[in-house]
Design a protein around this ligand. Structure first.
Ligand SMILES: Nc1nc2c(ncn2[C@@H]2O[C@H](COP(=O)(O)OP(=O)(O)O)[C@@H](O)[C@H]2O)c(=O)[nH]1
Ligand SMILES: [Mg+2]
Length: 400
């Protein structure tokens, strides 16, 4: 062989090696990325295209609703950094912290009542004024006249206008009207079946649009997380995608997953059903289901709420149906409450926006109308501004 050709043969050989190497490298990369492609490209329901002899997996039809992975990483498997999970405030003592908000809204009410009762002379018109004051606070006609009658008797017995003594009487009457004996605990303990399997407690949150349902579900999730409960959220308000986004954001902040449909207008009952199904699968303690704001005059929508409950109950009884009422809506809110209680058996009331109203008397009115206790109160827009309702703290704030 001509030795002059040797360098050329060498160069050609090296070039050949380089070309071969890069072909192999690209092939390997393609295969490595295959999982991602397969998962991402085929549309839901269309079969994966099996390329010539390649092992392309058929994408399963996208489940509806999609079940996102919980955002909490396994404790002992540090993966990529996750947005900081917040540590919510424990429920105990929250209402005491929020007392000032109530007091700010209701000072005029408490001062007016005390002012009337500590006058030098109390006559019939004083008692009428007191009754009017209670009515203006939305306490309702029945409770207002009961409180006045009782106070009238007791003030006569007491025989003094001493502010502290009178405040004591008024305090006792108001607390009695709110009924401190009602069970205000939330049924959020999971159920253990005969075969030892766990079924989460299910809480359905209902109410008219804008009352604060989604916010309440988000805040309640935080209360439960603070109690070390495993919580799952169900976004059964499927009318607007934004509603599910809002709920998902609340959940993510405390590492709680949300079961949702990625299709606007999906069947809310199906999403609620899937949320409880997922709760059973992951052995959650509690599943909180947010629903759409159904207007009481839309019969179809109300029927739908009944359906959500019935469908969810295929997994077992719903533990709590919380009716969210905006405390600032007065008699209108009371009307809503009655209609809702005809469709679903309400087990507890959440009164929101009590921070922005001097009409705290609605606590009494709504409990009387429905025979159901106020279990939680919303006292602001902050994430931890939801508190278990405490009648004594409430009345003390009124009379502060
Ligand atoms: N001031 C105050 N605002 C509240 C309270 N609860 C909810 N909100 C506000 O009410 C608005 C409607 O709440 P949202 O949860 O979306 O109502 P939904 O339509 O019933 O789900 C939001 O701006 C909330 O921040 C509360 O206790 N106090
Ligand atoms: Mg909502």
């Amino acid at each position: 062989m001509n030795s002059d050709l040797l360098p050329f043969i060498g160069i050609a050989f090296v070039l050949l090696l380089l070309i071969l190497g890069s072909v192999l490298f690209v092939g390997a990369r393609r295969r490595g990325g295959g999982g991602v492609d397969v998962g991402g490209s085929p549309q839901p329901g269309t079969p994966g295209r099996g390329g010539a002899g390649t092992d392309v997996l058929e994408a399963p039809p996208a489940p509806t609703p999609t079940i996102p992975r919980p955002t909490v990483p396994e404790a002992d498997v540090p993966v990529e950094p996750v947005a900081t999970i917040e540590r919510p405030e424990s429920a105990r003592g929250r209402m005491t912290r929020l007392r000032a908000r109530l007091a700010r809204s209701n000072t005029a009410l408490g001062q007016r009542m005390l002012g009337l009762l500590t006058r030098d002379r109390i006559d019939a018109s004083t008692w009428e004024d007191l009754e009017d004051t209670l009515l203006l606070a939305d306490i309702g006609a029945g409770p207002a006249s009961e409180i006045v009658d009782n106070l009238r008797r007791e003030v006569a017995v007491l025989g003094t206008r001493d502010t502290d003594a009178v405040r004591g009487l008024l305090r006792a009457q108001l607390i009695a009207a709110i009924d401190p004996t009602m069970d205000r605990s939330l049924a959020v303990e999971p159920h253990v079946g005969e075969d030892g399997t766990l079924r989460p407690a299910v809480v359905l949150v209902v109410g008219v649009n804008g009352t604060g349902k989604t916010t309440t579900v988000g805040k309640l999730a935080r209360v439960l997380v603070a109690e070390d409960k495993d919580v799952l959220l169900g976004a059964a308000d499927t009318f607007r995608a934004a509603a599910a986004d809002q709920l998902t954001t609340w959940g993510e902040r405390v590492g709680v997953a949300t079961i949702r449909s990625d299709r606007e207008g999906a069947d809310p009952a199906a999403v609620a059903f899937d949320a409880v199904r997922a709760g059973i699968d992951v052995e959650a303690d509690v599943v909180l289901i947010d629903t759409a704001g159904r207007l009481q005059n839309k019969v179809g929508l109300m029927d739908e709420l009944g359906k959500v409950k019935r469908v969810v109950e295929k997994h077992g009884p719903v533990d709590e149906v919380l009716l969210v009422l905006d405390a600032t809506t007065g008699q209108n809110g009371m009307q809503q409450a009655k209609v809702f209680s005809e469709v679903v058996e309400v087990t507890g009331i959440v009164l929101t926006k009590l921070d922005g109203t001097a009409k705290g008397g609605i606590v009494v009115a709504v409990q009387r109308a429905l025979g159901v206790p106020v279990k939680l109160v919303g006292l602001g827009e902050g994430p931890d501004d939801l508190a278990p309702f405490d009648p004594e703290v409430f009345v003390d704030a009124l009379l502060a």
